[in-house]
Design a binder for this molecule. Structure first.
Ligand SMILES: NC(=O)c1ccc[n+]([C@@H]2O[C@H](COP(=O)([O-])OP(=O)(O)OC[C@H]3O[C@@H](n4cnc5c(N)ncnc54)[C@H](O)[C@@H]3O)[C@@H](O)[C@H]2O)c1
Length: 372
Protein backbone atom coordinates (compact mmCIF):
# COMPACT_ATOMS: atom_id res chain seq x y z
CA UNK A 1 0.00 0.00 0.00
CA UNK A 2 1.34 3.46 -0.92
CA UNK A 3 2.21 5.64 2.08
CA UNK A 4 -0.45 8.17 3.04
CA UNK A 5 0.45 11.64 1.70
CA UNK A 6 0.62 14.00 4.68
CA UNK A 7 1.05 17.78 4.59
CA UNK A 8 1.80 20.04 7.55
CA UNK A 9 0.21 23.48 7.65
CA UNK A 10 1.98 25.87 10.04
CA UNK A 11 5.70 25.13 10.33
CA UNK A 12 6.51 26.49 13.80
CA UNK A 13 7.32 24.74 17.08
CA UNK A 14 4.80 21.90 17.24
CA UNK A 15 5.14 21.16 13.52
CA UNK A 16 8.65 19.90 14.28
CA UNK A 17 7.23 17.45 16.83
CA UNK A 18 4.76 16.33 14.15
CA UNK A 19 7.46 15.80 11.53
CA UNK A 20 9.63 13.75 13.90
CA UNK A 21 6.67 11.72 15.17
CA UNK A 22 5.49 10.96 11.63
CA UNK A 23 8.97 9.71 10.75
CA UNK A 24 9.08 7.60 13.92
CA UNK A 25 5.69 6.01 13.18
CA UNK A 26 6.68 5.14 9.62
CA UNK A 27 9.99 3.65 10.81
CA UNK A 28 8.22 1.25 13.16
CA UNK A 29 6.45 -0.21 10.11
CA UNK A 30 3.07 -0.42 11.84
CA UNK A 31 -0.34 -0.69 10.23
CA UNK A 32 0.16 2.36 8.07
CA UNK A 33 2.97 4.42 6.66
CA UNK A 34 2.94 8.12 5.99
CA UNK A 35 5.16 10.38 3.95
CA UNK A 36 5.47 14.08 4.72
CA UNK A 37 5.12 15.35 1.15
CA UNK A 38 4.33 19.06 1.47
CA UNK A 39 4.22 22.00 3.87
CA UNK A 40 2.44 25.33 3.97
CA UNK A 41 3.01 28.44 6.08
CA UNK A 42 2.01 32.05 5.67
CA UNK A 43 5.56 33.06 6.65
CA UNK A 44 8.19 32.33 4.01
CA UNK A 45 11.15 32.26 6.39
CA UNK A 46 9.41 29.70 8.61
CA UNK A 47 8.64 27.64 5.55
CA UNK A 48 12.20 27.76 4.29
CA UNK A 49 13.85 26.81 7.57
CA UNK A 50 11.39 23.95 8.15
CA UNK A 51 11.77 22.70 4.59
CA UNK A 52 15.57 22.66 4.92
CA UNK A 53 15.45 20.94 8.32
CA UNK A 54 13.10 18.14 7.22
CA UNK A 55 13.95 17.90 3.53
CA UNK A 56 10.48 18.87 2.29
CA UNK A 57 10.75 20.71 -1.03
CA UNK A 58 7.06 21.00 -1.90
CA UNK A 59 6.23 24.23 -0.01
CA UNK A 60 3.30 26.62 -0.32
CA UNK A 61 2.23 30.00 1.03
CA UNK A 62 -1.49 29.44 0.41
CA UNK A 63 -3.79 26.59 1.45
CA UNK A 64 -5.59 26.43 -1.91
CA UNK A 65 -2.28 25.81 -3.70
CA UNK A 66 -1.26 23.14 -1.20
CA UNK A 67 -4.56 21.32 -1.62
CA UNK A 68 -4.70 21.51 -5.41
CA UNK A 69 -1.03 20.95 -6.26
CA UNK A 70 0.34 19.10 -3.20
CA UNK A 71 -2.59 16.63 -3.22
CA UNK A 72 -2.35 15.50 0.42
CA UNK A 73 -4.54 12.72 1.84
CA UNK A 74 -4.26 14.26 5.30
CA UNK A 75 -3.37 17.73 6.58
CA UNK A 76 -1.83 18.21 10.04
CA UNK A 77 -2.90 21.66 11.18
CA UNK A 78 -0.20 23.23 13.37
CA UNK A 79 -1.09 26.92 13.18
CA UNK A 80 -2.26 29.22 16.03
CA UNK A 81 -5.76 28.38 17.33
CA UNK A 82 -7.83 31.14 15.69
CA UNK A 83 -6.67 30.01 12.24
CA UNK A 84 -7.80 26.41 12.81
CA UNK A 85 -11.42 26.97 11.81
CA UNK A 86 -10.90 28.65 8.42
CA UNK A 87 -7.98 26.42 7.44
CA UNK A 88 -9.66 23.18 8.56
CA UNK A 89 -12.86 24.19 6.80
CA UNK A 90 -10.82 24.78 3.64
CA UNK A 91 -9.36 21.26 3.89
CA UNK A 92 -12.73 19.59 4.55
CA UNK A 93 -14.44 21.46 1.72
CA UNK A 94 -11.70 20.26 -0.62
CA UNK A 95 -12.37 16.68 0.52
CA UNK A 96 -9.15 16.38 2.57
CA UNK A 97 -9.16 14.98 6.12
CA UNK A 98 -7.52 17.14 8.76
CA UNK A 99 -5.83 16.45 12.09
CA UNK A 100 -5.99 19.67 14.12
CA UNK A 101 -3.71 20.62 16.99
CA UNK A 102 -5.48 21.44 20.22
CA UNK A 103 -7.54 23.47 20.75
CA UNK A 104 -9.34 22.43 17.56
CA UNK A 105 -11.24 25.75 17.41
CA UNK A 106 -11.61 28.83 19.61
CA UNK A 107 -15.35 28.39 20.25
CA UNK A 108 -17.97 25.66 20.35
CA UNK A 109 -19.70 27.39 17.44
CA UNK A 110 -16.61 27.04 15.25
CA UNK A 111 -16.12 23.48 16.48
CA UNK A 112 -19.65 22.53 15.44
CA UNK A 113 -19.07 24.18 12.07
CA UNK A 114 -16.17 21.80 11.47
CA UNK A 115 -18.19 18.81 12.63
CA UNK A 116 -20.92 19.77 10.15
CA UNK A 117 -18.41 20.04 7.29
CA UNK A 118 -17.16 16.47 7.67
CA UNK A 119 -18.30 13.56 5.56
CA UNK A 120 -19.09 15.75 2.58
CA UNK A 121 -17.44 15.22 -0.74
CA UNK A 122 -16.31 18.48 -2.42
CA UNK A 123 -19.52 18.48 -4.49
CA UNK A 124 -21.51 18.63 -1.26
CA UNK A 125 -22.99 15.12 -1.10
CA UNK A 126 -23.01 13.99 2.53
CA UNK A 127 -22.12 10.50 3.72
CA UNK A 128 -23.18 9.19 7.11
CA UNK A 129 -19.74 8.72 8.58
CA UNK A 130 -17.34 8.91 5.69
CA UNK A 131 -14.35 11.11 4.88
CA UNK A 132 -13.21 13.80 4.91
CA UNK A 133 -12.84 13.61 8.68
CA UNK A 134 -11.51 15.93 11.28
CA UNK A 135 -9.72 14.78 14.39
CA UNK A 136 -8.04 16.63 17.25
CA UNK A 137 -4.55 16.11 18.67
CA UNK A 138 -5.03 15.00 22.29
CA UNK A 139 -1.95 12.84 22.46
CA UNK A 140 -2.22 11.82 26.11
CA UNK A 141 -5.19 9.55 25.39
CA UNK A 142 -2.80 7.21 23.60
CA UNK A 143 -0.23 6.15 26.19
CA UNK A 144 -0.77 2.65 27.55
CA UNK A 145 -1.31 3.99 31.11
CA UNK A 146 -4.39 5.98 30.12
CA UNK A 147 -5.69 3.16 27.91
CA UNK A 148 -5.20 0.67 30.73
CA UNK A 149 -7.06 2.90 33.18
CA UNK A 150 -9.87 3.50 30.70
CA UNK A 151 -10.25 -0.21 29.93
CA UNK A 152 -10.28 -1.28 33.60
CA UNK A 153 -12.74 1.49 34.47
CA UNK A 154 -15.02 0.53 31.57
CA UNK A 155 -14.87 -3.17 32.50
CA UNK A 156 -15.92 -2.37 36.07
CA UNK A 157 -12.70 -3.81 37.54
CA UNK A 158 -12.06 -0.66 39.57
CA UNK A 159 -15.64 -0.18 40.75
CA UNK A 160 -17.51 3.09 40.72
CA UNK A 161 -15.50 6.28 40.13
CA UNK A 162 -15.98 8.58 43.13
CA UNK A 163 -13.48 11.44 43.27
CA UNK A 164 -10.82 12.80 40.91
CA UNK A 165 -8.11 15.46 40.91
CA UNK A 166 -6.89 16.99 37.65
CA UNK A 167 -4.01 19.40 38.07
CA UNK A 168 -2.10 21.22 35.36
CA UNK A 169 0.31 23.33 37.39
CA UNK A 170 2.75 24.64 34.81
CA UNK A 171 4.95 27.73 34.52
CA UNK A 172 4.99 30.18 31.62
CA UNK A 173 6.76 33.51 32.01
CA UNK A 174 5.61 36.83 30.59
CA UNK A 175 7.81 36.46 27.49
CA UNK A 176 5.87 33.33 26.54
CA UNK A 177 2.66 35.36 26.48
CA UNK A 178 4.26 38.22 24.58
CA UNK A 179 3.98 36.07 21.41
CA UNK A 180 1.11 37.90 19.67
CA UNK A 181 -1.41 35.02 19.53
CA UNK A 182 -1.01 33.71 23.10
CA UNK A 183 -3.22 34.56 26.05
CA UNK A 184 -5.86 36.41 23.99
CA UNK A 185 -9.52 35.51 23.58
CA UNK A 186 -9.61 36.33 19.87
CA UNK A 187 -6.49 34.38 18.90
CA UNK A 188 -6.09 31.55 21.46
CA UNK A 189 -9.64 31.37 22.82
CA UNK A 190 -8.48 31.52 26.45
CA UNK A 191 -5.54 31.09 28.81
CA UNK A 192 -4.29 27.92 30.52
CA UNK A 193 -7.79 26.41 30.68
CA UNK A 194 -7.98 26.35 26.89
CA UNK A 195 -4.27 26.14 26.07
CA UNK A 196 -2.60 23.94 28.69
CA UNK A 197 -4.94 22.23 31.17
CA UNK A 198 -7.05 21.08 28.23
CA UNK A 199 -4.68 18.08 27.90
CA UNK A 200 -5.29 16.83 31.44
CA UNK A 201 -9.01 17.68 31.32
CA UNK A 202 -9.23 15.63 28.13
CA UNK A 203 -7.69 12.66 29.99
CA UNK A 204 -10.16 13.21 32.86
CA UNK A 205 -13.16 13.24 30.51
CA UNK A 206 -11.80 10.30 28.51
CA UNK A 207 -12.21 8.22 31.68
CA UNK A 208 -15.19 9.83 33.43
CA UNK A 209 -17.40 10.72 30.43
CA UNK A 210 -20.10 13.39 30.34
CA UNK A 211 -19.93 16.32 32.78
CA UNK A 212 -23.21 17.63 34.17
CA UNK A 213 -22.27 20.68 36.26
CA UNK A 214 -19.27 22.90 36.88
CA UNK A 215 -18.47 25.68 39.36
CA UNK A 216 -15.35 27.65 38.56
CA UNK A 217 -13.16 30.62 39.31
CA UNK A 218 -10.78 32.18 36.77
CA UNK A 219 -8.31 34.95 37.60
CA UNK A 220 -5.44 36.84 36.06
CA UNK A 221 -3.08 36.81 39.04
CA UNK A 222 0.37 37.60 37.70
CA UNK A 223 0.73 37.72 33.90
CA UNK A 224 -0.17 40.74 31.86
CA UNK A 225 -2.74 39.38 29.41
CA UNK A 226 -6.49 39.56 28.74
CA UNK A 227 -7.25 35.92 29.58
CA UNK A 228 -6.99 34.10 32.90
CA UNK A 229 -3.63 32.76 34.06
CA UNK A 230 -5.25 30.37 36.53
CA UNK A 231 -8.62 28.62 36.84
CA UNK A 232 -10.07 26.30 39.47
CA UNK A 233 -13.17 24.18 38.96
CA UNK A 234 -15.38 21.62 40.64
CA UNK A 235 -16.95 19.28 38.12
CA UNK A 236 -19.78 16.76 38.52
CA UNK A 237 -20.15 13.86 36.10
CA UNK A 238 -23.19 11.96 34.85
CA UNK A 239 -21.83 8.80 36.53
CA UNK A 240 -21.88 10.59 39.90
CA UNK A 241 -18.12 11.21 40.19
CA UNK A 242 -16.86 14.63 41.26
CA UNK A 243 -13.54 16.20 40.28
CA UNK A 244 -11.41 19.14 41.29
CA UNK A 245 -9.53 20.79 38.42
CA UNK A 246 -6.65 23.32 38.53
CA UNK A 247 -5.24 24.98 35.42
CA UNK A 248 -2.27 27.24 36.15
CA UNK A 249 0.69 28.75 34.32
CA UNK A 250 2.01 30.34 37.53
CA UNK A 251 3.47 27.27 39.26
CA UNK A 252 7.31 27.20 39.47
CA UNK A 253 7.39 23.47 40.39
CA UNK A 254 5.64 22.21 37.28
CA UNK A 255 3.53 19.09 37.25
CA UNK A 256 0.64 17.39 35.46
CA UNK A 257 -1.22 15.25 37.98
CA UNK A 258 -4.36 13.15 37.70
CA UNK A 259 -5.80 11.07 40.49
CA UNK A 260 -8.87 8.86 40.22
CA UNK A 261 -10.35 7.36 43.39
CA UNK A 262 -12.55 4.42 42.48
CA UNK A 263 -14.33 2.13 44.95
CA UNK A 264 -11.60 -0.50 44.60
CA UNK A 265 -8.43 1.51 43.91
CA UNK A 266 -6.74 4.86 43.53
CA UNK A 267 -5.03 5.34 40.16
CA UNK A 268 -2.60 8.26 39.73
CA UNK A 269 -0.28 9.64 37.09
CA UNK A 270 2.35 12.33 37.66
CA UNK A 271 4.10 13.68 34.60
CA UNK A 272 4.74 16.94 32.81
CA UNK A 273 4.40 16.88 29.02
CA UNK A 274 4.12 13.13 28.50
CA UNK A 275 4.05 9.95 30.57
CA UNK A 276 5.37 6.41 30.42
CA UNK A 277 4.19 3.34 32.33
CA UNK A 278 6.43 4.15 35.32
CA UNK A 279 4.61 7.45 35.88
CA UNK A 280 1.42 5.59 36.91
CA UNK A 281 0.59 4.17 40.34
CA UNK A 282 -2.26 2.01 41.53
CA UNK A 283 -3.20 1.59 45.21
CA UNK A 284 -5.86 -1.01 45.98
CA UNK A 285 -8.56 -0.37 48.57
CA UNK A 286 -8.38 -2.73 51.58
CA UNK A 287 -9.35 -6.23 50.46
CA UNK A 288 -9.16 -5.39 46.73
CA UNK A 289 -5.67 -6.65 45.85
CA UNK A 290 -7.03 -8.44 42.76
CA UNK A 291 -7.04 -5.09 40.92
CA UNK A 292 -3.22 -5.22 40.96
CA UNK A 293 -3.24 -8.36 38.82
CA UNK A 294 -5.69 -6.83 36.36
CA UNK A 295 -3.53 -3.68 36.16
CA UNK A 296 -0.38 -5.76 35.48
CA UNK A 297 -2.06 -7.88 32.80
CA UNK A 298 -3.50 -4.90 30.86
CA UNK A 299 -1.79 -3.00 28.04
CA UNK A 300 1.76 -1.69 28.65
CA UNK A 301 4.68 -0.26 26.73
CA UNK A 302 3.50 2.90 24.95
CA UNK A 303 4.47 6.42 26.01
CA UNK A 304 1.89 9.13 25.51
CA UNK A 305 2.76 11.54 22.74
CA UNK A 306 2.18 12.53 19.16
CA UNK A 307 3.72 9.35 17.73
CA UNK A 308 1.26 7.18 19.69
CA UNK A 309 -1.73 9.18 18.41
CA UNK A 310 -0.40 9.34 14.84
CA UNK A 311 -0.03 5.55 14.76
CA UNK A 312 -3.70 5.23 15.71
CA UNK A 313 -4.81 7.92 13.24
CA UNK A 314 -2.86 6.46 10.33
CA UNK A 315 -4.01 2.92 10.89
CA UNK A 316 -7.65 4.09 11.09
CA UNK A 317 -7.29 6.02 7.83
CA UNK A 318 -5.56 3.10 6.13
CA UNK A 319 -8.52 0.92 7.11
CA UNK A 320 -11.05 3.53 5.90
CA UNK A 321 -12.22 4.22 9.46
CA UNK A 322 -12.77 7.53 11.29
CA UNK A 323 -9.51 8.55 12.99
CA UNK A 324 -9.37 9.25 16.73
CA UNK A 325 -9.96 11.74 18.48
CA UNK A 326 -13.23 12.42 16.63
CA UNK A 327 -15.64 15.33 17.13
CA UNK A 328 -17.83 13.70 19.78
CA UNK A 329 -14.86 13.08 22.09
CA UNK A 330 -13.12 16.41 21.49
CA UNK A 331 -16.38 18.34 21.85
CA UNK A 332 -16.87 17.06 25.39
CA UNK A 333 -13.51 18.54 26.36
CA UNK A 334 -14.22 21.82 24.56
CA UNK A 335 -17.61 22.06 26.25
CA UNK A 336 -16.03 21.65 29.70
CA UNK A 337 -13.61 24.47 28.86
CA UNK A 338 -16.59 26.63 27.83
CA UNK A 339 -18.45 25.58 30.99
CA UNK A 340 -15.52 26.60 33.21
CA UNK A 341 -15.41 30.04 31.59
CA UNK A 342 -19.20 30.40 31.73
CA UNK A 343 -19.26 29.58 35.44
CA UNK A 344 -16.22 31.74 36.26
CA UNK A 345 -17.54 34.79 34.41
CA UNK A 346 -21.18 34.53 35.53
CA UNK A 347 -20.30 33.60 39.12
CA UNK A 348 -22.69 30.65 39.18
CA UNK A 349 -22.61 26.88 38.67
CA UNK A 350 -23.45 25.93 35.08
CA UNK A 351 -24.76 22.87 33.26
CA UNK A 352 -24.03 22.03 29.59
CA UNK A 353 -27.27 23.87 28.67
CA UNK A 354 -25.49 27.11 29.57
CA UNK A 355 -23.03 26.58 26.69
CA UNK A 356 -25.58 25.23 24.18
CA UNK A 357 -26.09 26.80 20.72
CA UNK A 358 -27.50 30.32 20.98
CA UNK A 359 -25.85 31.09 24.33
CA UNK A 360 -23.03 33.68 24.69
CA UNK A 361 -20.42 31.13 25.82
CA UNK A 362 -21.21 28.94 22.80
CA UNK A 363 -20.21 31.78 20.49
CA UNK A 364 -17.09 32.92 22.35
CA UNK A 365 -15.19 31.42 25.28
CA UNK A 366 -15.42 34.72 27.23
CA UNK A 367 -19.13 34.99 26.47
CA UNK A 368 -18.45 38.06 24.33
CA UNK A 369 -17.69 40.09 27.44
CA UNK A 370 -14.81 42.49 26.72
CA UNK A 371 -14.20 42.92 30.47
CA UNK A 372 -13.21 39.24 30.87
N1 LIG B 1 -0.32 19.07 21.51
C1 LIG B 1 0.62 19.76 22.15
O1 LIG B 1 1.22 19.27 23.10
C2 LIG B 1 0.93 21.15 21.71
C3 LIG B 1 2.10 21.78 22.18
C4 LIG B 1 2.37 23.07 21.71
C5 LIG B 1 1.49 23.72 20.85
N2 LIG B 1 0.35 23.08 20.46
C6 LIG B 1 -0.62 23.76 19.57
O2 LIG B 1 -0.04 23.83 18.26
C7 LIG B 1 -0.51 25.01 17.60
C8 LIG B 1 0.70 25.82 17.11
O3 LIG B 1 1.52 26.15 18.20
P1 LIG B 1 3.09 26.48 17.98
O4 LIG B 1 3.65 26.68 19.33
O5 LIG B 1 3.70 25.49 17.06
O6 LIG B 1 2.97 27.90 17.25
P2 LIG B 1 4.11 28.67 16.44
O7 LIG B 1 3.77 30.11 16.57
O8 LIG B 1 5.46 28.19 16.83
O9 LIG B 1 3.87 28.19 14.92
C9 LIG B 1 2.73 28.53 14.21
C10 LIG B 1 3.09 28.61 12.73
O10 LIG B 1 1.88 28.85 11.99
C11 LIG B 1 2.15 29.83 11.00
N3 LIG B 1 0.87 30.49 10.67
C12 LIG B 1 0.18 31.41 11.38
N4 LIG B 1 -0.97 31.72 10.78
C13 LIG B 1 -1.01 30.99 9.64
C14 LIG B 1 -1.95 30.86 8.58
N5 LIG B 1 -3.10 31.55 8.59
N6 LIG B 1 -1.66 30.01 7.56
C15 LIG B 1 -0.50 29.31 7.55
N7 LIG B 1 0.43 29.39 8.53
C16 LIG B 1 0.18 30.21 9.55
C17 LIG B 1 3.17 30.76 11.63
O11 LIG B 1 3.88 31.48 10.63
C18 LIG B 1 4.05 29.75 12.36
O12 LIG B 1 5.08 29.26 11.57
C19 LIG B 1 -1.40 25.73 18.62
O13 LIG B 1 -2.74 25.38 18.39
C20 LIG B 1 -0.92 25.19 19.95
O14 LIG B 1 -1.93 25.23 20.95
C21 LIG B 1 0.07 21.82 20.86
Amino acid sequence: MAPLRVAIVGTGNIARVHARALAAVSETGGAAEAALVAVMDADESQLNSFGAEFGVRDAYRHLADLLSRGKPDLVHLCTPPATHYPLALGCLRAGVSVLIEKPPAISLREFDGLAAAQGRAPQGSATADGPPWFATVFQHRFGSGQRRLKALAADGVLGRPLVALCHTTWFRDQAYFDVPWRGRWDTEGGGPTMGHGIHQMDMLLDVLGEWTEVSAVARTQARSMPTEDVSLAHVTFANGAVASVVNSVLSPREESYLRFDFERATVEVTHLYGYGDDDWRITPAPGCDEVLGAWKRAEHGTRSGHAAQFAAVLSALAAGRRPPVGPAEARRTMSLVAGIYASAFTGAPVTPARVAPGTPFYGQMNGGNPAC
